[in-house]
Ligand binder design. Structure first.
Ligand SMILES: Cc1cc2nc3c(=O)[nH]c(=O)nc-3n(C[C@H](O)[C@H](O)[C@H](O)COP(=O)(O)OP(=O)(O)OC[C@H]3O[C@@H](n4cnc5c(N)ncnc54)[C@H](O)[C@@H]3O)c2cc1C
Length: 317
């Protein structure tokens, strides 16, 4: 086993230090693998103050969750973390038989410029683009969210907005109606809710508003109204938005790994991608955005399988 504190040749490189990557690092560390975890430090949930639904940590701040995980990793000298560092290119190493991958790094002065690895886990999460509404970012993660399972409990029974420009908007409205029947669906001028869907939503008491949105109103993260371009104002006390999600995997495009139409990594039930030795976990893997505990579970699962593959065994856990 190479010592990752000294070596730039390791059993596993993990790209991404969210719950998926951190959980994989813990489990790989415990399996005595030499590991380098590389994290640019831009988690998708940075906008929010509280995370929900993570067993034993319901309501924890996202930063605190990462801090707790990082403290646990410190007990494993075979795991090295490179902070504020990103992988700028991941390529196949054709020269050496054992180290299949080279991760080129961009990071702090004095840090390594590249790491060679027998295996790589991609746990890079996602980036998201919100509808183009001037003040939306000021409310996102405070009283406007994207994940109903994560944040709808706190907003239940209030008058809410669902804002989106994608064809799945009516389906998301039906889901959010589980938490409130005082829901207005705003398409922001996009033609994404059909007449039949609108009638179905209306039968459940949900209203569709097709006018363009001028902006959201409110103070200090507490949204109070949607102001439409035609001057009408719809009072709300919270809401959900449907972002467009993008995987940030261009740095690995040279490997030719299979991805779905949305760009998410296609993995099998164990986290293996189409490229031997390359694994995926968390939001970066299809079907895309999920939850912290799901990402952590996938990271643990991929770590176990990675170790089995390194050893060349196919036993169950
Ligand atoms: C506003 C908001 C609120 C949310 N609330 C909840 C909640 O309450 N409960 C819940 O369960 N889930 C919640 N989520 C979802 C949750 O944040 C994600 O499902 C989870 O973070 C996914 O974990 P991950 O490890 O896959 O990715 P991330 O947590 O996004 O971590 C990926 C990491 O990889 C790094 N990275 C990316 N590219 C590179 C690279 N090339 N080199 C090095 N590092 C790289 C990023 O900087 C980042 O640190 C929320 C999401 C949002 C947006």
């Amino acid at each position: 086993m190479a010592d990752p504190a000294l070596s730039t040749e390791v059993d596993a490189v993990i790209v991404g230090g969210g719950p998926a990557g951190l959980s994989a690092a813990l489990n790989l560390g415990r399996a005595r693998a030499s590991v380098v975890l590389i994290d640019a430090g831009r988690p998708r949930n940075a906008a929010t103050l509280r995370s929900h639904g993570f067993l034993t940590r319901d309501g924890v701040s996202p930063l605190e969750l990462r801090k707790l995980a990082r403290a646990e990793l410190a007990a494993y000298p075979n795991v090295r973390v490179l902070d504020r560092t990103s992988v700028s290119a991941l390529t196949a190493d054709d020269t050496a038989s054992d180290f299949r991958f080279i991760a080129a790094l961009h990071g702090r002065p004095g840090g390594p410029s590249a790491v060679a690895a027998r295996a790589v886990l991609l746990a890079t999460g996602l980036r998201e683009t919100l509808p183009d509404i001037p003040s939306l970012r000021a409310f996102y993660g405070m009283t406007v969210f994207s994940c109903a399972a994560c944040d709808a409990w706190e907003l239940q029974d209030r008058p809410l907005a669902l804002i989106g420009e994608t064809p799945d908007l009516a389906a998301r409205a039906r889901l959010i109606a589980r938490w409130t029947d005082r829901l207005t669906v705003f398409t922001n001028g996009a033609d994404v809710v059909g007449a039949v869907e609108e009638a179905e939503l209306a039968a459940s008491g949900l209203r569709v508003e097709r006018a363009e949105i001028a902006d959201l109103e409110g103070e200090r993260g507490a949204v109070e109204a949607v102001r439409l371009a035609d001057g009408r104002v719809v009072p709300i006390e919270g809401g959900f938005v449907r972002p467009r999600w993008h995987s940030a995997l261009d740095f690995a495009s040279g490997l030719g790994v299979d991805r779905d139409l949305d760009g998410h990594l296609i993995v099998d039930a164990s986290g293996r991608t189409s490229v031997p030795g390359l694994y995926g976990a968390g939001d970066a893997a299809a079907p895309g955005p999920q939850q912290l505990i799901v990402a952590a579970g996938q990271g643990a699962r991929a770590a176990a399988v990675l170790v089995h593959d390194l050893v060349g065994v196919t036993t169950a856990h």
